[in-house]
Design a protein around this ligand. Structure first.
Ligand code: CA
Length: 229
């Protein structure tokens, strides 16, 4: 899980970043609004932590502009204590939740987890399309050019994970954490084995979508015309 933290106060930023990293999140910190907006629009983040009072572009404005392009990414605003106006305008600008400063780290964490859970639930129900593939998470059915792929439950979860992240290099650790969960033994080559199964099924279906090997990193899903190397 990747979080973008837009916060100009170095002390707050390092406290938040350190805590979240200890919880296993990857945190990118940007101290300015304009730069934060650029990063949020240009890269895939799972959540944006956005301070309202920023020196250049306010958090409200960042959120408003972000929402024009990305209606889905969860945004949690960090507001000044008792600034009711910040909270209201923040929510109107498209923030999903807010937390007044100063806050306890545990409360921040709980709100982040709740937001991610909510987003995941709604995203998980949405059909995914990439190249010739269509995957319906509710019916648990995946087709390539209309032909059923006949995936086992774990193959389905793995392919759904790739389909939601086309073109991204995904490490085995990413896949391990997000598809298998924390109880999975990392010492095994289970991910490689399952990628092999899914590749076979893509081939059998005559599918042009590929799971490429990214040397030294892991895998990348390419909806059309990929190379396995
Ligand atoms: Ca600030």
């Amino acid at each position: 899980m990747r979080i973008l933290l837009v916060e100009d106060e170095r002390r707050v930023a390092s406290f938040v970043r350190q805590g979240l990293e200890e919880e296993g999140y990857a945190v990118d910190w940007v101290p300015e609004g304009r730069r934060g907006l650029e990063r949020a629009l240009g890269e895939p983040f799972d959540l944006i932590l956005l301070d309202v009072r920023l020196p250049d572009l306010s958090g409200i404005e960042v959120c408003r502009q972000l929402r024009l392009h990305d209606p889905d990414v969860p945004v949690l605003m960090l507001t000044a204590l008792d600034a009711v106006e910040d909270k209201v305008t923040g929510l109107r600008a498209g923030a999903d939740d807010y937390l007044p400063k100063p806050f306890a780290f545990d409360e921040l964490l709980a709100r982040i987890e709740a937001l991610l859970r909510r987003t995941r639930t709604s995203q998980e129900r949405r059909p995914l399309e990439a190249g010739p593939l269509t995957l319906d998470p509710v019916a648990r059915r995946c087709t390539c050019d209309g032909t059923d792929m006949n995936l086992t439950p774990k193959e389905f979860d793995l392919l759904a994970y790739f389909l939601a992240r086309p073109g991204q290099a995904l490490t085995r650790d990413d896949i391990h954490r997000d598809v298998w969960g924390h109880d999975f033994d990392r010492g095994t080559n289970l991910i490689d084995v399952y990628v092999g199964y899914v590749r076979h099924k893509l081939d059998d279906a005559g599918c042009t979508a590929q799971i490429e090997t990214v040397r030294g990193v892991g895998y990348r899903f390419v909806p059309e015309g990929g190379e396995r190397s």
